[in-house]
Design a protein around this ligand. Structure first.
Ligand SMILES: NC(=O)c1ccc[n+]([C@@H]2O[C@H](COP(=O)([O-])OP(=O)(O)OC[C@H]3O[C@@H](n4cnc5c(N)ncnc54)[C@H](OP(=O)(O)O)[C@@H]3O)[C@@H](O)[C@H]2O)c1
Length: 255
């Protein structure tokens, strides 16, 4: 039986590439030869700069930028239409559903219903819609990689409230179900569950979380994680077709 773990020449869709972890994944998959479709919501300049940086390294690569409110199913459908135009294929070979949102509200009493619904729509519903649109092309070619960026919150940890935990636990549940259903079509589905990744909009630096449970004093390895370390795990999953249905905790020893 032949084993195909080639990333070179594949099209990777990375949502939230204007943020820390998304940009890290984009750089790493580009390094391995992927074409990229990158989304942003408000920070167009970040993706423009990233594309200019990557294009200066290899001008032959297809790199496209897409403005998408991931809370809007119409926007996600338009994203797939734009991908078809830019890359001449109906969807990505690799889906990294990374765009996410999490207003830090630790106490359930303070979490409004609107905040709960919005968090679930950005973190969970969007991953469902993206996967639904990505699966037909992956199934047709009998090759695909779907990777969700979950969180340590999915298993009850982290510094945020139950709204964020519920949205990320939903992602992990969906991942496990899809992994079971899609393996027969050559599609693997996994998630990466980070905690305390610095150089991101969520956690700019160690000072930002000083005095919270995420204080670096409480992280066994004694520092924040980096977007590149998230990208390392994402790229490993892209290149490892025998691994599916796994949630990989990337948390410096935190539980
Ligand atoms: N940093 C951590 O320690 C950590 C830990 C656990 C999980 N995560 C997860 O990692 C993922 C990436 O976050 P990050 O840490 O890299 O933070 P970040 O730098 O703030 O990036 C967040 C990204 O999500 C995008 N986004 C937010 N709301 C959106 C919306 N409504 N529509 C479309 N895109 C939207 C942002 O786009 P714009 O900036 O263009 O608006 C940005 O690209 C998230 O899913 C987050 O939950 C992070």
């Amino acid at each position: 039986m032949s084993v195909d773990n080639e990333i070179k020449g594949r099209l990777a869709l990375i949502t939230g590439a204007s943020g820390g972890i998304g940009a890290g994944c984009a750089r790493d998959l580009f390094h391995q030869g992927a074409h990229l479709a990158l989304t942003y919501s408000s920070n167009r300049a970040a993706v423009d700069e990233l594309i200019a940086e990557l294009q200066s390294k290899d001008a032959t690569r297809r790199l496209s930028s897409h403005k998408v409110d991931i809370g809007s199913s119409e926007d996600i459908q338009r994203l797939f239409d734009e991908i078809k135009d830019a890359h001449n294929q109906p969807g990505p070979d690799i889906l990294i559903s990374n765009a996410g949102y999490g207003k830090r509200i630790p106490d359930i009493i303070d979490i409004s219903l609107e905040e709960f619904d919005y968090t679930v729509s950005i973190n969970l519903r969007a991953s469902f819609i993206l996967s639904k649109l990505a699966v037909p092309h992956m199934t047709a070619q009998r090759w695909g990689r779907i990777i969700f960026i979950s969180s340590i919150a999915a298993t009850g940890g982290g510094i945020n409230g139950c709204h964020y935990a519920a949205s990320k636990a939903g992602v992990t549940g969906m991942m496990k179900n899809l992994a079971n259903k899609l393996a027969q079509h050559g599609i693997t589905v996994n998630d990466v569950a980070p905690a305390m990744i610095g150089a991101t909009g969520m956690i700019p630096d160690a000072k930002f979380v000083e005095g919270t449970a995420g204080d670096v004093k409480n992280i066994p390895v004694g520092r924040l994680g980096t977007p590149q370390e998230c990208a390392n795990v994402v790229s490993m999953l892209c290149g490892t077709g025998y691994m599916t249905g796994q949630s990989l905790l990337l948390a410096g020893g935190l539980r």
